[in-house]
Design a protein around this ligand. Sequence first.
Ligand SMILES: *[C@@H]1O[C@H](CO)[C@@H](O)[C@H](O)[C@H]1NC(C)=O
Ligand SMILES: *[C@@H]1O[C@H](CO)[C@@H](O)[C@H](O)[C@H]1NC(C)=O
Ligand SMILES: *[C@@H]1O[C@H](CO)[C@@H](O)[C@H](O)[C@H]1NC(C)=O
Ligand SMILES: *[C@@H]1O[C@H](CO)[C@@H](O)[C@H](O)[C@H]1NC(C)=O
Ligand SMILES: [Cu+2]
Length: 249
Amino acid sequence: MFKSVLALSLLSILVSVHGHGYVQEVVVDSVRYSGYLPDTDPYEIPPPQRIVRKIPGTNPVMDLDSIDIQCNGFSAGGSPGSAPAPIFATVAAGSSINVNWTTMLESHLGSILTYMAHAPTDITKWNPGTSAVWFKIDEVAKTANGTWATINLFTNLKGIYNFTIPANLKPGQYIIRHEIITLQTAGEYPGVQVYPSCIQVEVTGSGTAFPTSFVSFPGAYNASTPGIVFDLYLHGRDPYPIPGPPVWS
Ligand SMILES: *[C@@H]1O[C@H](CO)[C@@H](O)[C@H](O)[C@H]1NC(C)=O
Ligand SMILES: *[C@@H]1O[C@H](CO)[C@@H](O)[C@H](O)[C@H]1NC(C)=O
Ligand SMILES: *[C@@H]1O[C@H](CO)[C@@H](O)[C@H](O)[C@H]1NC(C)=O
Ligand SMILES: *[C@@H]1O[C@H](CO)[C@@H](O)[C@H](O)[C@H]1NC(C)=O
Ligand SMILES: [Cu+2]
């Protein structure tokens, strides 16, 4: 008993100095919002109002079957998935959103993916659970010269990732599920590290488009999904099959 507690706390020390990361800021239509800051937000009274759903810390989610894969939520704390955030940002369809990531160690090679889910009811109360409601709007694994997207993000882009809300998307409230998937331990499953972040927005405009095919989280990824098990030492220079469905267009 004592031994395993000790082993666990050693493991958590190792994990905490490992240089994981999270979304610390989001810029939407030139308005700057702080992300949910796991080191300080839980201790502030009153709690800061964020557009990003709560995360328990900077660690990745590694269990693809856990509800935590959705929004890096709190299933371990007894809540069935992500806790809605109290506010949301407003963004015009077709405009870009800049997400500002804390720096991860350069061992963290991998891809950057973004999904959306339309909220059928008030987004500050909606929890998607395991419903298939997500569609992909953006993905990148490597730049044209073969640099991994995460390395490009943390060096050339200074941690700022820019993606665009589809121009013709029908207006409404959406969760944007933005994530980094890193592969430094992905030679077998479990091993892949997933860093999801859920941003609440209201999309405005006169668009009418909406996808017809959706995935769930958990559900979209499993041990046999291409790109989930990937040996960087053997295949690091090969094309990388980005997990999940194709980008909706
Ligand atoms: C990213 O967020 C951090 C923390 O808020 C801030 O210090 C930094 O200036 C931001 N980066 C940019 C390019 O805005
Ligand atoms: C690779 O491409 C990125 C932009 O896509 C650029 O910033 C970077 O300097 C390039 N790296 C090399 C080694 O050419
Ligand atoms: C985001 O990228 C788009 C397209 O590359 C560019 O037009 C826009 O200026 C960028 N926005 C910001 C805030 O960097
Ligand atoms: C694993 O995910 C793939 C999609 O990547 C899907 O086709 C397959 O049915 C899933 N397998 C299981 C056991 O859920
Ligand atoms: Cu890490």
